[in-house]
Write a protein that binds this ligand. Sequence first.
Ligand SMILES: NC(=O)c1ccc[n+]([C@@H]2O[C@H](COP(=O)([O-])OP(=O)(O)OC[C@H]3O[C@@H](n4cnc5c(N)ncnc54)[C@H](OP(=O)(O)O)[C@@H]3O)[C@@H](O)[C@H]2O)c1
Length: 294
Amino acid sequence: MKRRDVLSGLAMAAAVPTIAKVASAQEAEQQEPRKVAPVEGCVALVTGSNRGVGLGFVEVLLERGAKRVYATARNPDNLPDVVALDPSRVVPLQLDVNNDEHRRAAAAQATDVTWIINNAAYPGSRIPEERRIRSASTLDDSKLVMETNCWSPAELARLFMPIILSNGGGAIANVLSAASWFCLPEYSSYSLSKAAAMMMTNGLRAELDRDPILVASVFTGGVDTRASPAGTKGGVSPNEHAHQVLDAMARGDTDVYAAGSKGMRDMISADPEAFERGRIKRFYESPLTIRNHL
Ligand SMILES: NC(=O)c1ccc[n+]([C@@H]2O[C@H](COP(=O)([O-])OP(=O)(O)OC[C@H]3O[C@@H](n4cnc5c(N)ncnc54)[C@H](OP(=O)(O)O)[C@@H]3O)[C@@H](O)[C@H]2O)c1
């Protein structure tokens, strides 16, 4: 058994904290100790947990032994079914991520949090032209996309970092997208928000490097939800996606590839211009729409 595994096991047996800074002897010579974030015993807050990817996270956090899960949604009427998964461990909270009062009330109530999963996102207007830079009547909708997908997760991270540290450490997982790496012209404002959120996450990771918080960039590929592109198939289930992400965080991965995004990453790396030309061709010839827009 590697030293890392032994230390990880000891940390879990002691039940403190939910994150352990460990390293093999060889790694220790070469780099800072690697942070790992196993779910067992964590107290997690998940945004947008009433459906889709967020609901998958709640299910799998419970399955893997989270102590408590704050299931949050902008409309609390959507939460009773989530609470019913395990009423003793699921605490419902109203949280429109763009509402500063909601954010502060959540931080005031959920003082035992050790993990936050910034999952909620807005893909942009139902009107395709409004999601673009050239054709939008104003950039108001693009700014709402940026607010929801980048600035609000940053605000939540700012509020919860001191809480997580006061509880001994943990994790921040920001759900990004393969569309952080390239522009989907059908959803330009979404792509630019996810690229900005990727850099925001990189910044957080650097700023928290010497603290016991693992900051994970979750590059999600295709998950079968209301936000999946119409006509596509083969996306993984939200539950399977959550298993992939939580496996990666337990290993200490900071770039988390889930639901097929690694293959896309490899294609982009192999020939970024060809990849971009392919996206532009599709935009003109058979543009993507999402299955059931918000
Ligand atoms: N599905 C995919 O293939 C895919 C691919 C790449 C990345 N992702 C990412 O995965 C995450 C979840 O996506 P999904 O597929 O589960 O989408 P979804 O089914 O459309 O769910 C979106 C969730 O975000 C919530 N939400 C939107 N605006 C909010 C706000 N202002 N405050 C609080 N909650 C808000 C929605 O709440 P309401 O129910 O109230 O609308 C809903 O719970 C997103 O970050 C998305 O970018 C998904």
